[in-house]
Design a protein around this ligand. Structure first.
Ligand code: AOF
Ligand code: ZN
Length: 351
Protein backbone atom coordinates (compact mmCIF):
# COMPACT_ATOMS: atom_id res chain seq x y z
CA UNK A 1 0.00 0.00 0.00
CA UNK A 2 1.35 3.42 -0.86
CA UNK A 3 0.74 6.25 1.57
CA UNK A 4 0.02 9.60 -0.08
CA UNK A 5 3.00 11.85 0.31
CA UNK A 6 1.56 15.24 1.25
CA UNK A 7 4.94 16.94 1.58
CA UNK A 8 5.79 15.90 -1.98
CA UNK A 9 2.44 17.18 -3.26
CA UNK A 10 2.86 20.55 -1.57
CA UNK A 11 6.33 20.83 -3.05
CA UNK A 12 5.03 19.90 -6.51
CA UNK A 13 2.36 22.59 -6.28
CA UNK A 14 4.93 25.20 -5.22
CA UNK A 15 7.32 24.49 -8.10
CA UNK A 16 4.44 24.24 -10.60
CA UNK A 17 3.32 27.69 -9.47
CA UNK A 18 6.80 28.96 -10.37
CA UNK A 19 6.53 27.25 -13.77
CA UNK A 20 3.14 28.97 -14.32
CA UNK A 21 4.75 32.33 -13.50
CA UNK A 22 7.35 31.56 -16.17
CA UNK A 23 4.63 30.66 -18.69
CA UNK A 24 2.84 33.98 -18.08
CA UNK A 25 5.80 35.85 -19.56
CA UNK A 26 4.88 34.46 -22.97
CA UNK A 27 1.13 35.05 -22.64
CA UNK A 28 0.85 37.74 -25.33
CA UNK A 29 3.57 36.63 -27.74
CA UNK A 30 3.39 32.86 -28.38
CA UNK A 31 0.29 32.76 -30.61
CA UNK A 32 -0.71 30.42 -32.20
CA UNK A 33 1.44 28.36 -29.83
CA UNK A 34 0.46 27.96 -26.18
CA UNK A 35 2.22 29.84 -23.37
CA UNK A 36 4.32 27.25 -21.50
CA UNK A 37 6.76 27.50 -18.58
CA UNK A 38 9.31 25.08 -17.14
CA UNK A 39 11.31 24.92 -13.91
CA UNK A 40 14.11 22.42 -13.21
CA UNK A 41 14.60 21.44 -9.56
CA UNK A 42 17.54 19.59 -8.03
CA UNK A 43 17.84 18.80 -4.31
CA UNK A 44 14.76 20.95 -3.60
CA UNK A 45 16.11 24.09 -5.22
CA UNK A 46 15.49 25.69 -8.59
CA UNK A 47 18.48 25.22 -10.90
CA UNK A 48 16.89 26.33 -14.19
CA UNK A 49 13.83 28.07 -15.58
CA UNK A 50 12.45 29.12 -18.92
CA UNK A 51 9.39 29.88 -21.00
CA UNK A 52 8.31 29.65 -24.63
CA UNK A 53 8.58 33.22 -25.98
CA UNK A 54 7.32 32.95 -29.56
CA UNK A 55 6.26 30.42 -32.21
CA UNK A 56 9.34 29.26 -34.10
CA UNK A 57 11.61 29.79 -31.12
CA UNK A 58 12.65 27.00 -28.68
CA UNK A 59 10.11 25.61 -26.22
CA UNK A 60 10.11 26.29 -22.46
CA UNK A 61 11.97 23.05 -21.62
CA UNK A 62 14.89 23.96 -23.90
CA UNK A 63 15.46 27.31 -22.18
CA UNK A 64 15.11 25.76 -18.70
CA UNK A 65 17.59 22.95 -19.52
CA UNK A 66 20.04 25.47 -20.97
CA UNK A 67 19.70 27.54 -17.81
CA UNK A 68 20.31 24.49 -15.59
CA UNK A 69 23.26 23.12 -17.55
CA UNK A 70 24.90 20.09 -15.85
CA UNK A 71 22.78 20.63 -12.70
CA UNK A 72 19.79 19.16 -14.57
CA UNK A 73 21.20 15.59 -14.21
CA UNK A 74 19.07 13.65 -11.73
CA UNK A 75 16.65 16.59 -11.40
CA UNK A 76 12.89 17.07 -11.66
CA UNK A 77 11.31 19.11 -14.46
CA UNK A 78 8.03 20.97 -13.77
CA UNK A 79 6.24 21.81 -17.03
CA UNK A 80 2.86 23.56 -17.41
CA UNK A 81 2.00 21.48 -20.52
CA UNK A 82 2.92 17.94 -21.53
CA UNK A 83 6.37 18.05 -23.21
CA UNK A 84 6.00 17.60 -26.94
CA UNK A 85 6.86 14.38 -28.75
CA UNK A 86 6.80 15.67 -32.32
CA UNK A 87 9.13 17.62 -34.54
CA UNK A 88 7.33 20.85 -35.44
CA UNK A 89 9.19 24.10 -35.86
CA UNK A 90 11.41 22.71 -33.05
CA UNK A 91 12.55 19.19 -31.95
CA UNK A 92 10.68 17.06 -29.35
CA UNK A 93 11.07 18.33 -25.77
CA UNK A 94 10.46 14.87 -24.27
CA UNK A 95 13.70 13.67 -25.89
CA UNK A 96 15.51 16.80 -24.69
CA UNK A 97 14.51 16.03 -21.08
CA UNK A 98 15.59 12.39 -21.44
CA UNK A 99 18.97 13.36 -22.94
CA UNK A 100 19.59 15.90 -20.17
CA UNK A 101 19.30 13.14 -17.53
CA UNK A 102 16.07 14.33 -15.90
CA UNK A 103 14.72 11.66 -13.50
CA UNK A 104 11.18 12.92 -12.85
CA UNK A 105 8.75 15.10 -14.82
CA UNK A 106 5.73 16.82 -13.26
CA UNK A 107 3.12 18.09 -15.75
CA UNK A 108 0.09 20.34 -15.10
CA UNK A 109 -1.95 18.88 -17.98
CA UNK A 110 -1.74 16.84 -21.19
CA UNK A 111 -1.28 18.55 -24.57
CA UNK A 112 -4.48 17.95 -26.63
CA UNK A 113 -2.58 18.70 -29.86
CA UNK A 114 -3.22 15.45 -31.83
CA UNK A 115 0.49 15.35 -32.66
CA UNK A 116 1.27 15.04 -28.92
CA UNK A 117 -1.79 13.89 -26.87
CA UNK A 118 -0.12 11.53 -24.40
CA UNK A 119 2.81 10.57 -26.59
CA UNK A 120 5.11 12.93 -24.69
CA UNK A 121 4.29 11.14 -21.44
CA UNK A 122 4.78 7.74 -23.10
CA UNK A 123 8.24 8.69 -24.42
CA UNK A 124 9.29 9.81 -20.94
CA UNK A 125 7.91 6.70 -19.21
CA UNK A 126 9.46 4.37 -21.76
CA UNK A 127 12.81 5.97 -20.90
CA UNK A 128 12.27 5.09 -17.22
CA UNK A 129 11.35 8.60 -16.09
CA UNK A 130 8.75 8.96 -13.32
CA UNK A 131 5.87 11.12 -14.60
CA UNK A 132 3.22 12.88 -12.49
CA UNK A 133 0.30 14.54 -14.32
CA UNK A 134 -2.37 16.85 -12.83
CA UNK A 135 -0.70 19.44 -10.58
CA UNK A 136 -2.39 22.90 -10.70
CA UNK A 137 -4.15 21.87 -13.91
CA UNK A 138 -6.85 24.59 -13.76
CA UNK A 139 -4.40 27.45 -13.24
CA UNK A 140 -2.18 26.21 -16.06
CA UNK A 141 -5.12 25.68 -18.41
CA UNK A 142 -6.40 29.22 -17.73
CA UNK A 143 -3.34 30.53 -19.62
CA UNK A 144 -4.26 28.76 -22.86
CA UNK A 145 -8.05 28.73 -23.16
CA UNK A 146 -8.04 29.21 -26.92
CA UNK A 147 -5.29 26.74 -27.79
CA UNK A 148 -6.83 24.03 -25.61
CA UNK A 149 -10.40 24.55 -26.84
CA UNK A 150 -9.34 24.67 -30.49
CA UNK A 151 -7.24 21.50 -30.20
CA UNK A 152 -10.15 19.69 -28.49
CA UNK A 153 -13.10 20.96 -30.57
CA UNK A 154 -11.78 22.82 -33.67
CA UNK A 155 -13.68 25.89 -32.42
CA UNK A 156 -12.02 29.00 -30.94
CA UNK A 157 -12.54 30.35 -27.41
CA UNK A 158 -14.81 33.37 -27.88
CA UNK A 159 -14.72 36.38 -25.58
CA UNK A 160 -17.42 39.04 -25.98
CA UNK A 161 -16.49 42.44 -24.58
CA UNK A 162 -19.09 45.11 -23.86
CA UNK A 163 -18.65 48.54 -22.25
CA UNK A 164 -21.83 49.82 -20.63
CA UNK A 165 -23.35 52.26 -18.21
CA UNK A 166 -24.79 51.08 -14.88
CA UNK A 167 -28.17 50.76 -16.61
CA UNK A 168 -26.69 48.56 -19.33
CA UNK A 169 -26.57 51.18 -22.10
CA UNK A 170 -23.74 51.51 -24.59
CA UNK A 171 -24.50 54.76 -26.43
CA UNK A 172 -27.01 57.60 -26.59
CA UNK A 173 -29.85 57.29 -29.12
CA UNK A 174 -27.82 59.52 -31.48
CA UNK A 175 -24.97 56.99 -31.39
CA UNK A 176 -22.78 59.24 -29.26
CA UNK A 177 -20.66 56.91 -27.11
CA UNK A 178 -17.16 58.34 -26.47
CA UNK A 179 -16.29 57.65 -23.66
CA UNK A 180 -18.60 55.84 -21.24
CA UNK A 181 -15.97 53.74 -19.48
CA UNK A 182 -12.69 55.12 -18.16
CA UNK A 183 -9.23 55.26 -19.73
CA UNK A 184 -8.18 52.54 -17.24
CA UNK A 185 -10.96 50.20 -18.45
CA UNK A 186 -10.02 50.86 -22.07
CA UNK A 187 -6.41 50.10 -21.22
CA UNK A 188 -7.53 46.76 -19.74
CA UNK A 189 -9.21 45.93 -23.09
CA UNK A 190 -5.73 46.06 -24.62
CA UNK A 191 -4.91 42.86 -22.69
CA UNK A 192 -7.94 41.11 -24.20
CA UNK A 193 -6.88 42.22 -27.67
CA UNK A 194 -3.28 41.15 -27.07
CA UNK A 195 -4.53 37.65 -26.17
CA UNK A 196 -6.59 37.36 -29.34
CA UNK A 197 -5.73 35.89 -32.73
CA UNK A 198 -8.73 37.68 -34.22
CA UNK A 199 -11.06 40.54 -33.31
CA UNK A 200 -14.55 40.34 -34.76
CA UNK A 201 -16.56 43.49 -35.32
CA UNK A 202 -19.51 44.62 -37.42
CA UNK A 203 -19.60 46.96 -40.41
CA UNK A 204 -21.91 49.24 -38.43
CA UNK A 205 -19.29 49.67 -35.74
CA UNK A 206 -16.69 50.56 -38.35
CA UNK A 207 -18.97 53.11 -39.99
CA UNK A 208 -20.15 54.65 -36.71
CA UNK A 209 -16.95 54.63 -34.63
CA UNK A 210 -14.02 54.06 -37.03
CA UNK A 211 -12.16 52.10 -34.31
CA UNK A 212 -8.48 51.13 -34.57
CA UNK A 213 -8.95 47.68 -32.97
CA UNK A 214 -5.19 47.29 -32.59
CA UNK A 215 -2.79 46.59 -29.74
CA UNK A 216 -1.03 49.80 -28.76
CA UNK A 217 -0.70 49.55 -24.99
CA UNK A 218 2.43 50.59 -23.15
CA UNK A 219 1.24 48.83 -20.01
CA UNK A 220 1.44 45.19 -21.10
CA UNK A 221 4.33 43.09 -19.70
CA UNK A 222 5.84 43.16 -23.21
CA UNK A 223 6.06 46.02 -25.70
CA UNK A 224 3.12 46.19 -28.09
CA UNK A 225 5.29 45.59 -31.15
CA UNK A 226 6.18 42.11 -29.83
CA UNK A 227 2.51 41.11 -29.87
CA UNK A 228 1.39 39.44 -33.12
CA UNK A 229 -1.20 41.76 -34.71
CA UNK A 230 -4.70 40.31 -34.32
CA UNK A 231 -6.54 39.70 -37.57
CA UNK A 232 -9.65 41.91 -37.84
CA UNK A 233 -12.84 40.27 -39.09
CA UNK A 234 -15.63 42.57 -40.25
CA UNK A 235 -19.11 41.06 -40.38
CA UNK A 236 -20.54 42.69 -43.46
CA UNK A 237 -23.45 40.61 -44.65
CA UNK A 238 -25.03 43.49 -46.49
CA UNK A 239 -21.71 44.52 -48.07
CA UNK A 240 -22.05 48.00 -46.67
CA UNK A 241 -18.34 48.65 -46.55
CA UNK A 242 -17.63 47.68 -50.13
CA UNK A 243 -20.05 50.32 -51.39
CA UNK A 244 -19.25 52.92 -48.81
CA UNK A 245 -17.34 55.81 -50.41
CA UNK A 246 -15.27 56.37 -47.29
CA UNK A 247 -12.76 53.55 -47.64
CA UNK A 248 -9.97 54.86 -45.45
CA UNK A 249 -11.23 53.64 -42.12
CA UNK A 250 -8.41 53.48 -39.57
CA UNK A 251 -8.31 49.72 -39.24
CA UNK A 252 -8.16 49.11 -42.99
CA UNK A 253 -4.87 50.95 -43.06
CA UNK A 254 -3.12 49.02 -40.32
CA UNK A 255 -4.38 45.45 -40.03
CA UNK A 256 -5.08 42.41 -42.08
CA UNK A 257 -8.84 42.58 -42.54
CA UNK A 258 -11.15 39.72 -43.47
CA UNK A 259 -14.64 40.64 -44.66
CA UNK A 260 -17.23 38.00 -43.82
CA UNK A 261 -20.27 38.32 -46.09
CA UNK A 262 -22.06 35.14 -45.00
CA UNK A 263 -24.61 34.61 -42.27
CA UNK A 264 -23.06 31.52 -40.77
CA UNK A 265 -21.01 32.46 -37.68
CA UNK A 266 -20.15 28.85 -36.81
CA UNK A 267 -18.59 28.47 -40.24
CA UNK A 268 -16.60 31.66 -39.69
CA UNK A 269 -15.31 30.51 -36.29
CA UNK A 270 -14.31 27.09 -37.66
CA UNK A 271 -12.59 28.80 -40.57
CA UNK A 272 -10.63 31.07 -38.20
CA UNK A 273 -9.24 27.96 -36.48
CA UNK A 274 -8.57 25.82 -39.54
CA UNK A 275 -7.28 28.44 -41.99
CA UNK A 276 -5.83 31.16 -39.76
CA UNK A 277 -4.85 29.42 -36.47
CA UNK A 278 -6.89 32.00 -34.55
CA UNK A 279 -7.71 30.16 -31.32
CA UNK A 280 -8.73 33.12 -29.13
CA UNK A 281 -11.36 35.39 -30.65
CA UNK A 282 -12.57 38.71 -29.23
CA UNK A 283 -15.92 40.14 -30.30
CA UNK A 284 -16.01 43.95 -30.04
CA UNK A 285 -19.14 45.09 -31.81
CA UNK A 286 -22.59 46.56 -31.35
CA UNK A 287 -25.74 45.16 -29.80
CA UNK A 288 -26.82 43.27 -32.93
CA UNK A 289 -23.62 41.25 -33.31
CA UNK A 290 -23.40 40.70 -29.54
CA UNK A 291 -26.98 39.38 -29.59
CA UNK A 292 -26.26 37.00 -32.47
CA UNK A 293 -23.26 35.45 -30.73
CA UNK A 294 -25.12 35.10 -27.43
CA UNK A 295 -28.33 33.70 -28.97
CA UNK A 296 -26.36 31.13 -30.94
CA UNK A 297 -24.50 30.15 -27.76
CA UNK A 298 -21.12 30.96 -29.31
CA UNK A 299 -19.80 32.98 -26.36
CA UNK A 300 -17.45 31.28 -23.91
CA UNK A 301 -16.82 34.40 -21.83
CA UNK A 302 -18.60 37.73 -21.54
CA UNK A 303 -16.52 40.64 -20.22
CA UNK A 304 -18.53 43.67 -19.16
CA UNK A 305 -16.91 46.97 -18.23
CA UNK A 306 -19.59 48.88 -16.38
CA UNK A 307 -19.27 52.60 -15.71
CA UNK A 308 -21.09 54.11 -12.71
CA UNK A 309 -23.39 56.35 -14.74
CA UNK A 310 -26.99 56.26 -15.92
CA UNK A 311 -27.81 57.00 -19.55
CA UNK A 312 -31.58 56.54 -19.42
CA UNK A 313 -34.18 54.62 -21.34
CA UNK A 314 -33.62 56.23 -24.72
CA UNK A 315 -29.96 55.19 -24.80
CA UNK A 316 -29.00 52.04 -26.71
CA UNK A 317 -29.14 48.67 -24.93
CA UNK A 318 -26.08 46.37 -24.73
CA UNK A 319 -27.56 43.33 -26.46
CA UNK A 320 -30.24 42.97 -29.10
CA UNK A 321 -32.25 40.24 -27.50
CA UNK A 322 -35.99 40.04 -26.83
CA UNK A 323 -37.05 37.02 -24.79
CA UNK A 324 -40.83 36.72 -24.63
CA UNK A 325 -40.94 35.42 -21.11
CA UNK A 326 -38.73 35.13 -18.06
CA UNK A 327 -38.26 31.47 -18.90
CA UNK A 328 -36.36 32.52 -22.04
CA UNK A 329 -33.87 34.70 -20.19
CA UNK A 330 -30.17 34.20 -20.73
CA UNK A 331 -28.44 33.36 -17.46
CA UNK A 332 -24.76 33.67 -16.70
CA UNK A 333 -22.37 32.83 -13.93
CA UNK A 334 -20.13 35.59 -12.53
CA UNK A 335 -16.60 34.14 -12.57
CA UNK A 336 -14.71 37.26 -11.50
CA UNK A 337 -15.33 40.86 -10.51
CA UNK A 338 -12.80 43.61 -10.19
CA UNK A 339 -12.75 47.39 -9.90
CA UNK A 340 -10.77 49.03 -12.70
CA UNK A 341 -10.32 52.74 -12.05
CA UNK A 342 -13.87 54.01 -11.40
CA UNK A 343 -15.49 51.14 -13.33
CA UNK A 344 -16.51 47.56 -12.60
CA UNK A 345 -15.19 44.66 -14.67
CA UNK A 346 -17.33 41.53 -14.66
CA UNK A 347 -16.23 38.27 -16.24
CA UNK A 348 -19.15 35.94 -16.86
CA UNK A 349 -19.84 32.58 -18.47
CA UNK A 350 -23.20 31.72 -20.02
CA UNK A 351 -24.81 28.80 -18.17
C1 AOF B 1 6.25 22.01 -25.34
N1 AOF B 1 6.81 23.10 -24.77
O1 AOF B 1 7.01 25.29 -24.55
C2 AOF B 1 5.38 24.50 -26.05
C3 AOF B 1 4.76 23.35 -26.60
O2 AOF B 1 6.00 24.16 -34.05
P1 AOF B 1 6.54 23.92 -32.68
O3 AOF B 1 7.75 23.00 -32.67
O4 AOF B 1 6.79 25.18 -31.90
O5 AOF B 1 5.42 23.09 -31.89
C4 AOF B 1 4.24 23.71 -31.49
C5 AOF B 1 3.41 22.74 -30.67
O6 AOF B 1 4.14 22.31 -29.51
C6 AOF B 1 2.16 23.40 -30.12
O7 AOF B 1 1.07 23.28 -31.00
C7 AOF B 1 1.92 22.60 -28.84
O8 AOF B 1 1.33 21.34 -29.11
C8 AOF B 1 3.35 22.34 -28.35
N2 AOF B 1 3.75 23.46 -27.51
N3 AOF B 1 5.21 22.13 -26.20
O9 AOF B 1 6.71 20.89 -25.10
C9 AOF B 1 6.43 24.34 -25.09
N4 AOF B 1 5.00 25.76 -26.42
ZN1 ZN C 1 8.31 21.06 -27.01
Amino acid sequence: MSIPNHAQEAQDRYFMMLAIQQAKQGLYTTRPNPAVGCVIVRAESVVGQGFHPKAGQPHAEVFALQDAGASAVGGTAYVTLEPCSHTGRTPPCALGLIDAGIKRVVIAGLDPNPQVAGRGVKLLEDAGIEVTVGILTDQAEALNRGFLKAMRTQMPYVRLKIATSLDGRTAMASGESKWITSAQAREDVQKLRALSGAIITGSETIIADDPQLNVRSTQLCVSADQVPTPKVVVLDRRQRLQYDPKSNYQLCRQSEVLYWREDDLVKLLKRLVSDHQCYDVLVEAGAGVAGSFLKQQLVDELIVYQAPCLLGIKARPMVEFSPLSLAQQLRLDICAHEKIGPDLKLTLQPL
